[in-house]
Design a protein around this ligand. Structure first.
Ligand SMILES: [Zn+2]
Length: 178
């Protein structure tokens, strides 16, 4: 457990269920539907009337925010069942509707963050199945929302592949790579 050392800025939100009721088995990637910095996003989630947050965020600049510690359940995906088992991550958008793109820097840091979450929580593989049977999930499966948006959604298979490569790097031959 613990929290990620990739965090650049932390402001802990009062909106959460503490502690979470399940071990961490999943990751749910969201989009912010906006281009907030990790500080702006944290200030929004710090408001008790907001009734929402995420465990982490990634800004367009590739920096990482933390708003709910991993030991606690964030209020993020409209699904207590999912969020008690998931680390939730909000990713900033560098363009608006309809595509809601995220920057390359954000995408790379997102892969690093997911890899770190899997390593520390003993998740051997990030399995994107396209439905709730896998352990990489999306908000729109639990509520009427566009989240995570077409661009980020299209990257879910890539994110899972990249994370899995980093979790289980190919074993070099005995005489090393030539
Ligand atoms: Zn969402």
């Amino acid at each position: 457990m613990g929290n990620s050392k990739l965090v650049d800025y932390a402001i802990i939100s009062p909106n959460k269920s503490s502690p979470r009721s399940h071990t961490i088995k999943k990751i749910t990637i969201h989009h912010m539907a906006g281009n907030l910095t990790i500080e702006e996003c944290g200030k929004m989630f710090a408001r008790p009337d907001r009734q929402a947050n995420s465990n982490y965020s990634v800004g367009t600049d590739g920096r990482v925010g933390m708003y709910v510690e991993e030991k606690d359940r964030s209020w993020c995906s409209s699904s207590p069942e999912n969020d008690h088992q998931a680390i939730t991550i909000e990713v900033a958008n560098c363009t608006g509707a309809p595509e809601w793109r995220v920057s390359d820097a954000a995408l790379e840091k997102l892969v690093e963050l997911c890899t770190d979450i899997c390593r520390r929580n003993n998740i051997k593989k990030l399995n994107f199945t396209g439905d709730t049977t896998g352990n990489l999930t999306m908000h729109k499966w639990f509520a009427a929302t566009a989240c995570p948006g077409p661009y980020l959604e299209s990257k879910f298979p890539y994110i899972a592949d990249e994370v899995n490569k980093r979790l289980s790097p190919a074993v070099p031959p005995a005489d090393g790579w030539k």
